[in-house]
Design a protein around this ligand. Structure first.
Ligand SMILES: Cc1ncc(COP(=O)(O)O)c(C=O)c1O
Length: 265
């Protein structure tokens, strides 16, 4: 595993960095396939949106691109992680007048490819609604950490999360698509959730086939009654859910067709 901090392999991160002190930062997890970071422009778009909304200086994408290539160090297939924090600042929450963001770029081995669908349950940890942060992949992920620690016995592969009003939002590390009444539906993300790059890819692909995905609020009862469920993230692509809380679900042929279209291993 290679880790670059501000372009230097193995350099330390300052313990007073605001990313560590306050979670004041953003991240991206990117699939490297055939030596190329997949959907890099969309990852950079989300990062740029986050930087603007958190009032970071504009990110230097040419440098980030070069550092991703350097961390990948000639690998053909890997998982690249990019963290951008606000860097250092005076003690206290107030951000520095001129921030100098910290860049952390790491490369991890590609995970084993799944051959079976996912066993999914319901998490009890609610997601807070906050439109100011909705959609961003920011460094505050305590809700997901608590949700993911609700099971450790290997009985489930993922858990679905609801916001404080009961709307279904996503899984702990993936977006959700549900087949309801013969149409694809996905939770709208104006109040919470991460606007996933793979969700975006699926929405674009499905719309191009004349089957636009409906983005709207989804209740738990609707998800429980769906004929098929799919989880998406940038590394795994689209993965069918084979059982929700023990109830078996069918696999939609569209999932394999989509994965083929994005070159998912
Ligand atoms: C909470 C959450 N939602 C959604 C996603 C999917 O986002 P992406 O498709 O960009 O990987 C992730 C990815 O890790 C996530 O952690």
């Amino acid at each position: 595993m290679a880790v670059l901090v501000n372009g230097r392999a193995g350099a330390p991160v300052d313990p007073l960095d605001r990313g560590l002190q306050y979670g004041d930062g953003l991240f991206e997890t990117i699939a490297l396939l055939d030596g190329r970071p997949r959907f890099l422009d969309w990852h950079f778009e989300r990062l740029a949106d986050g930087a603007r909304r958190l009032r970071f200086p504009e990110a230097d994408f040419a440098t980030l691109r070069a550092e991703l290539a350097s961390a990948a160090s000639g690998e053909s297939r890997a998982v690249l992680k990019l963290v951008l924090t606000r860097g250092l600042g005076p003690r206290g929450y107030g951000p520095p007048a001129t921030a100098e963001p910290t860049r952390i770029v790491a490369s991890f081995p590609w995970p084993a490819t799944r051959t079976e669908g996912l066993r999914v349950g319901w998490c009890r940890t609610p997601l807070g609604r906050n439109p100011v942060l909705a959609g961003l992949k920011h460094l505050n992920r305590l809700e997901q950490v608590l949700a993911r620690s609700e099971w450790d016995d290997g009985s489930l592969d993922e858990g679905l999360m609801q916001d404080e009003l009961g709307n279904v939002v996503s899984a702990t590390q993936a977006n959700l698509l549900a087949r309801i009444g013969g149409a694809w539906v996905t939770p709208e993300l104006s109040a919470c959730g991460v606007a996933g790059v793979m969700r975006r890819a699926f929405l674009g692909w499905s719309a191009a086939r004349g089957e636009p995905v409906v983005e709207r609020a989804l209740t738990r009862a609707e998800v429980e009654g769906a004929t098929a469920l799919v989880l998406t993230n940038a590394v795994a692509g689209a993965v069918p859910v084979r059982a929700l809380a023990g109830r078996a679900l069918a696999e939609e042929p569209a999932v394999a067709a989509f994965n083929a279209s994005i070159g998912q291993p």
